[in-house]
Design a protein around this ligand. Structure first.
Ligand code: AMP
Ligand code: GLY
Length: 423
């Protein structure tokens, strides 16, 4: 079977690395990919939102399955585009249609969905410029900190958490007046949830589902979880406090009503659901849904899956996922992300990377890299995720950190405290 992956980060390299191990795979393509994906498949210079070019490529190369990495093409309707096209409609697309992608594309939609289907989540209301006064009143009814979320996609920047009421009111006005463009024309204000975050990932064909390994990521740039938000500086799987009893609770309270809710609402969902949870004393509450895998969570979740990922994807496409075996490696996986100096603010690209040959006991998943003649050079803020296994978090991390030292590029930065709160 020929497969096309859309995307260019560590997540897509992890998918490519895993799919390349499948006996069912013939040719693997990644659009646009990076220097890492080029080593396990063929990179294709097509953008993830260039649907016409994707169509032509899929037809010429007899692609049977398209795996959509990022949310953007899903929210833009890549799956709908395939279904509406006579020549493409039988190609399997891993990722929901536009209707399902609204779970990530609109915070208001996801809150309405959760309320309707009894999925535990923070109390909320949404506001626009038309009812700002009501928004101020709602803020006054809440205890700080105040959580303000742009309804639409805002490149991970659309959530503000503020301690001061006056500031929260000002920001509500700013957001509805276009602080994040059209994405914040509607603002969801919700109750602040206390607890520890973790992420649970589900793969579904719309009928049945598999719960994938859980993970925790480290979003802040600074050690001790301080400073600016990033795409993610590292991840750990499994999460020790999310034991089987807790995960059973998540399945009953969150996963089952989510899958049943999608069906009840006529949303035929095929793909990943990434459930961001707050764990408050053993009680899960949903912070957000994403309609794709997380990055860098994928770099620890996918390596722990022992089963053939292409077989599972085939099950999603043919709605036979329920018949597929699904096995998980019991060991712990950790990943540590090397980033460009300055990230998540301004940073330089094009730095030559060295040390790949010295890597031992880690899998290097490329995030922002590209091949430049003989050299691999940096091409993004997040550069390389070093994933390792161990019987304990410490053991796995010791490999990731040792290799983080061996890879060099000018102004390399990484967090040396990934997992600090779990060990
Ligand atoms: P979201 O994009 O909805 O995941 O929000 C981004 C981040 O803001 C989350 O990963 C949490 O760390 C934090 N956050 C969002 N909503 C809440 C909430 N209701 N209570 C506490 N923290 C939150
Ligand atoms: N690591 C968080 C995300 O992928 O959204």
């Amino acid at each position: 079977m020929n497969v096309l992956i859309l995307g260019s980060g560590g997540r897509e390299h992890a998918f490519a690395w895993k799919l390349a191990q499948s006996k069912k795979l013939n040719n693997l393509f990644i659009a646009p990919g990076n220097a890492g994906t080029a080593a396990v498949g063929t990179n294709v210079e097509i953008g993830v939102n260039d649907f016409d070019a994707i169509k032509e490529f899929v037809l010429v190369n007899d692609i049977k399955i398209v795996v959509v990495g990022p949310e953007d093409p899903l929210v833009n309707g890549v799956h709908d585009f395939f279904l509406a096209d006579e020549e493409l409609k039988n190609v399997g697309v891993i990722g929901p249609k536009k209707d399902g992608a609204e779970l990530e594309g609109s915070k208001e939609f996801s809150k309405i969905f959760m309320e309707k289907h009894g999925v535990p989540t923070a109390k909320y209301q949404s506001f626009t410029t038309a009812n700002l006064e009501a928004g101020y009143t709602f803020l006054e009814s809440l205890k700080p900190p105040y959580v303000l979320k742009a309804d639409g996609l805002a490149a991970g920047k659309g959530v503000l958490i503020l301690d001061d009421l006056a500031e929260a009111k000002t920001e509500l006005a700013n957001m509805t007046n276009g602080k994040f463009g059209n994405a914040s024309a509607t603002v969801v204000i919700e109750e602040f949830l206390h607890g520890i975050e973790l992420s649970v990932f589900v793969l579904t064909d719309g009928e049945s589902y598999k719960i994938l390994p859980s993970a925790k990521d480290y979003k802040r740039i600074g050690e001790g979880d301080v400073g600016l938000n990033t795409g993610g500086m590292g991840a750990i799987s499994p999460v020790p406090f999310a034991d089987q009893a807790y995960l059973d609770k998540v399945e009953e309270l969150v996963v089952k009503p989510t899958i049943a809710g999608l069906k009840a609402d006529g949303i035929d969902y095929k793909g990943f659901i990434f459930i961001g949870l707050m764990n408050d004393n053993g009680n899960p509450s949903v912070v957000e849904y994403n309609v794709r895998m997380g990055d860098p969570e994928t770099e620890v979740v996918i390596p722990r899956i022992k089963s053939d990922l292409l077989d599972l994807f085939e099950g999603v496409a043919n709605q036979t996922l329920g018949e597929k075996t699904f096995e998980v490696d019991e060991r712990t996986a950790t990943t540590v992300m090397l980033v460009s100096g300055g990230y998540p603010e301004a940073y330089e690209k094009g730095k030559v990377m060295t040390g790949f040959d010295a890597i031992e006991n880690s899998i290097p998943f490329h995030a922002g890299t590209k091949q430049d003649g003989e050299n691999v050079v940096t091409s993004g803020g997040r550069v390389l995720a070093l994933t390792s296994f161990g019987d304990t978090i410490q053991e796995a991390l010791s490999h990731s950190f040792a290799n983080a030292e061996k890879i060099n590029f000018e102004k390399k930065n990484y967090r040396k405290d990934i997992g600090f709160d779990l060990v």
